[in-house]
Write a protein that binds this ligand. Structure first.
Ligand SMILES: [Zn+2]
Length: 285
């Protein structure tokens, strides 16, 4: 794990999201959970050395953020956006397998040490948020304030977690730093609004959903990359290309890698991104 500030820790170098911990006087608050079991258990042990686990916040419902919720069942409240419930524990239908099968395959291939700790399907506890909100929510733990904001765009249930005492905001997949951006569930208008909103926060560090921790300046780069996607597909449409012709001709695969451990998702990302942006632009004209 990487220590960002006195009380903020995150793990950016594993497959899946960047799970994070804020240590407070009353115990640890988790922001998302590791997708692989070995680092998940290491982070839990680290937190428990400093006291109880006070809460788990899910920034979104994509499986790499919520698979680990099982290991927090009965231990602490889980908090997320009210829309999270609709898509919780669901993966794209095109994967052609159940969510459990998908995760078992990931653990077998990428975390064999964690395999003995993988529960049987009937024992797995999905553990979705028991506390939800629609727009904003604030709670305290010890001396720390957790300001939760609804920040849609990457999906319709994304939230951000601002901890002013540490001058850090955890933004989930609103930001992919130095790696491919997933637009498969994206509303570009909402994402641009969210990026602007985040730029108004008084922070030193942004913990993204994927990739290294960044400064506020990176928000402009993320918006610029989104505009590049929009303009590339808009150009194809102006030439009369169909959606599938756009898929065949447009790719940003050479721009940057996919986040760690998901290299085989490159084609899926490029294809899904083109289709989502195409449909978005088609609805505009
Ligand atoms: Zn996501």
């Amino acid at each position: 794990m990487e220590q960002i500030t006195k009380n903020v820790f995150t793990e950016t170098k594993i497959r899946g999201c960047n799970p994070s911990i804020v240590l407070t006087r009353e115990g640890a608050v988790f922001i998302d959970t590791a997708q692989l079991i070995t680092p998940l258990l290491e982070m839990r042990n680290f937190a428990l050395q400093h006291g109880p686990i006070k809460a788990l916040i899910n920034t979104e419902s994509h499986i790499d953020h919520i698979f680990g919720n099982h290991w927090f069942a009965g231990e602490c409240p889980v908090i997320g956006h009210e829309k999270l419930i609709d898509t919780f524990w669901k993966i794209p239908a095109s994967f052609n397998m159940t969510t459990y099968e998908y995760m078992l395959d990931v653990i077998q291939r990428q975390d064999p040490e964690g395999l003995p700790f993988m529960p049987k399907e009937e024992d797995y506890i999905i553990n979705p948020p028991s506390i939800t909100f629609s727009d904003r929510m604030t709670f305290k733990s010890g001396d720390h304030t957790f300001k939760l904001y609804y920040t849609p765009g990457h999906s319709d249930a994304n939230i951000s977690v601002y901890v002013p005492e540490e001058r850090v905001v955890f933004v989930g997949d609103t930001v992919f730093s130095d790696c491919q951006i997933w637009l498969h569930s994206c509303d570009p208008d909402a994402l641009l609004n969210t990026l602007h909103f985040l730029s108004t926060l008084d922070v030193d560090y942004i913990v993204p959903g994927h990739g290294p921790v960044v400064k506020k300046e990176y928000l402009k780069q993320q918006a610029a990359f989104l505009y590049e996607w929009l303009s590339a597909v808009a150009y194809g449409m102006s030439k009369g290309w169909s959606k599938e012709e756009c898929v065949a001709r447009i790719s940003f695969a050479d721009r940057c890698p996919v986040d760690i451990g998901q290299e085989d998702a490159m084609d899926y990302i490029q294809t899904a991104n083109v289709r989502v942006v195409y449909d978005y632009l088609l609805a505009k004209v």
